[in-house]
Design a protein around this ligand. Structure first.
Ligand SMILES: [Fe+2]
Length: 210
């Protein structure tokens, strides 16, 4: 039988590994140095003693290589999504999070931006806390087919996607995709550096310019 399957409404999550552009140890040192200068940090999604930096790390020269790496990876996301060639991704917020033992991040979305990403300078072995993306198709949660399924091999069947990123991995995802971070069940720090990426039309100041 001639048949076709269409997978509608996907949520695109991209994974990239550091290709040597980023000096990961320098990034770790810079984050700890920021925490020393501002031990209180700011309070956002971070709970259980997790530290959250200010949101201007993209302006700090110590993270310049990392921002370059993110921009390079994001260009692939732009191409893969058939954005116009004059569209650029502008990193307009960037912050670090240090989750010590038992720290976690409550569910949230990144408001007022287009794409988001997270790089992981430290991801201890064991169970450092998975990042858990939630199925945005809220209507689908009204039915549960789990008792009819042999397995959950298809991502489309899951109501959540739980990832344990590799150290030095970059995860890029739509800013509207709700996510949380489970508690760090190791005794070492789990360090993440997140960014928001605003789409802009090159040469135009305002978002969407036309
Ligand atoms: Fe987040």
């Amino acid at each position: 039988m001639d048949t076709e399957k269409m997978t509608a409404f996907p949520s695109e999550i991209y994974l990239f590994r550091n290709d040597g552009t980023v000096d990961n140890e320098q990034v770790v040192r810079a984050i700890y140095s920021l925490r020393e200068q501002d031990p209180e940090g700011v309070h956002k999604s971070n709970m259980g003693g997790g530290w959250h930096s200010n949101e201007y790390l993209f302006q700090d020269p110590r993270f310049e290589k990392l921002m370059m790496f993110i921009s390079t990876c994001f260009k692939m996301v732009l191409e893969d999504n058939n954005y116009k060639k004059e569209v650029v991704g502008d990193i307009d917020a960037s912050w670090a999070i240090v989750n010590k033992h038992a720290s976690f991040n409550v569910a949230h979305v990144h408001a007022n931006t287009d794409w988001s990403c997270c790089f992981y300078p430290r991801m201890p072995a064991g169970d450092p806390g998975r990042i858990v993306f939630k199925d945005p198709r809220s209507a689908k949660s009204m039915v549960d087919h789990s008792k009819y399924l042999d397995n959950y091999d298809s991502l489309a069947q899951h109501s959540v996607l739980a990832l344990t990123p590799y150290e030095e991995e970059l995860v890029i995802f739509p800013a509207w995709l709700e996510h949380e971070v489970h508690p760090n069940n190791t005794n070492e720090d789990r360090i993440a550096l997140a960014c928001n990426i605003q789409l802009k039309l090159e040469g135009k100041d305002e978002k969407g310019g036309y």
